[in-house]
Write a protein that binds this ligand. Structure first.
Ligand SMILES: Cc1cc2nc3c(=O)[nH]c(=O)nc-3n(C[C@H](O)[C@H](O)[C@H](O)COP(=O)(O)O)c2cc1C
Length: 316
C-alpha cells in the first residue's frame, strides 16, 4: 500500500507512554491473542512471526480468582465481525503471576497486563501483587484496566460508565505502579466518553484504550431466540470501526492520550486512528482470524526508507 505523505512515524520504533518506553505502536488487543504465548509455531512463508514489530501484547483480562467463563455458545460470527460473550474466562491473578508472567518475560514478549475486578479496591490489590511479582521484568510495560465489567459494590453497573468510579479504579492501581504505564480501557456504550477519559487521566492514567466491544444481540431465526445464552454480547470487528473512530475523536478532543482499538482489519484502518491523534493502536478480531495480522500491519506502516526486518523484536 502507498502510505500517505503525512504519515512519517515508524510504528515499530520505540515511543514513550507515561513512565515506559514501548517498542512500538501496533499492539494486539486483550482477549484476541490469548496471553500472548500461543503463537510460537505460527510463521509466515517469509519467516515472519506474529511477534515481529509488535509494540505490545495486551493479555487476556485477568481477575482476582480464576473464572470458567460463560456457557456455550460464546462466539457468533457475523458478516461484519463477531459477537462474543466469553465471560472473562481466565486463570486468575495467582496462576498468572506464578506461570504466565514469567513465561512472557522469558520469551521477551512486550506485555501489557489486562486486569478486571468486581470492586475498585481489587484493582489496587491486583496491581500491588503484579508490581511485587513483576519487579524484575523488563518486558512488562504496563497495565490496562478493563472497566467494561460489572461493579458489584455499585449494583452491577459497569465501572466504565461513571467518572467517579473510573477515577477510583485508576487511582487504586496507580499508587502501586510507579514505573509502568497505566491505561484505562473504556466501553463505547456510554453517551460521553470524553468525560470518562478525562476522569481516568486526572486520576493518573497515562492513556485510555478505546474501544471495548459494542453491546449487540443476534437472533437465531430457526428458534426465534437470541443465539447467546445471556442474550447480549460484545460486537467487534470491521463493523465497529466508525464507532471506534468517533469515540477516539471525542477522547482526543478531551485532551487525553488514546490507544485506538475497534474494527482494525488492515494498515489503512490503523492509519485512520493515527490521523485522529491516537498514540498507538490495537488489533483484536482480525488477530483472531489471522495471527500474523498485527505483524503484517506493522510492517505495512513503516514509511519508505525505514526498513523493518523480520525478527526485529525478540521472538519468544
Ligand atoms: C473473543 C473476544 C474476547 C475479548 N476479551 C476481552 C478481554 O478479556 N478484555 C478486554 O478488555 N477486551 C476483550 N475483548 C475486546 C477487544 O480487546 C477489543 O476491544 C474489541 O474486540 C474491539 O476491537 P476489534 O474490533 O479489533 O476486535 C475481546 C474481544 C473478543 C472478540
Amino acid at each position: 500500500m502507498n502510505l500517505p505523505a503525512w504519515w512519517t512515524i515508524d510504528p515499530c520504533a520505540p515511543f514513550r507512554l507515561g513512565p515506559r518506553e514501548f517498542p512500538g505502536r501496533i499492539w494486539t488487543a486483550s482477549g484476541c491473542f490469548g496471553y500472548g504465548l500461543s503463537a510460537h509455531d505460527v510463521a509466515g512463508a517469509d519467516g515472519r512471526t506474529p511477534y515481529d514489530g509488535l509494540g505490545a501484547v495486551v493479555t487476556k483480562t485477568v481477575t482476582p480468582s480464576p473464572r470458567p467463563g460463560n456457557p456455550m455458545p460464546r462466539l457468533v460470527e457475523l458478516p461484519t465481525g463477531a459477537l462474543n460473550s466469553i465471560g472473562l474466562e481466565n486463570v486468575g491473578i495467582d496462576a498468572f503471576l506464578a506461570e504466565t508472567l514469567p513465561a512472557l518475560e522469558q520469551g521477551g514478549v512486550p506485555t501489557v497486563v489486562s486486569l478486571a475486578a468486581t470492586r475498585p479496591q481489587e484493582f489496587g490489590t491486583m496491581a500491588a501483587a503484579l508490581q511485587d511479582a513483576g519487579a524484575g521484568c523488563c518486558h512488562w510495560h504496563g497495565v490496562e484496566l478493563n472497566l467494561s465489567c460489572p461493579n458489584v459494590a455499585e449494583g452491577g453497573h459497569d465501572f466504565g460508565r461513571d467518572p467517579d468510579t473510573v477515577a477510583a479504579c485508576v487511582a487504586a492501581a496507580r499508587v502501586h505502579l510507579p514505573d509502568r504505564a497505566l491505561l484505562a480501557k473504556l466501553t463505547p456504550n456510554v453517551a460521553e466518553i470524553g468525560i470518562l477519559a478525562r476522569a481516568a487521566a486526572d486520576a493518573g492514567a497515562d492513556a485510555v484504550s478505546a474501544i471495548n466491544t459494542v453491546v449487540g444481540l443476534e437472533v437465531d431465526l430457526a428458534t426465534g431466540r437470541p443465539v447467546l445464552p445471556r442474550r447480549f454480547g460484545g460486537y467487534s470487528g470491521p463493523g465497529i470501526l466508525p464507532i471506534a473512530l468517533a469515540k477516539v475523536d471525542e477522547i482526543v478532543s478531551a485532551g487525553v492520550p488514546v490507544v485506538g482499538v475497534g474494527g482494525i482489519a488492515d494498515a489503512r484502518d490503523a492509519l485512520r486512528f493515527f490521523a485522529l491523534g491516537a498514540v498507538a493502536v490495537q488489533v483484536g478480531t482480525s488477530q483472531m482470524r489471522d495471527p500474523l495480522a498485527a505483524a503484517d500491519l506493522a510492517a505495512g506502516l513503516v514509511p519508505d526508507g525505514q526498513t523493518q526486518e523480520p525478527g526485529q523484536t525478540q521472538d519468544p
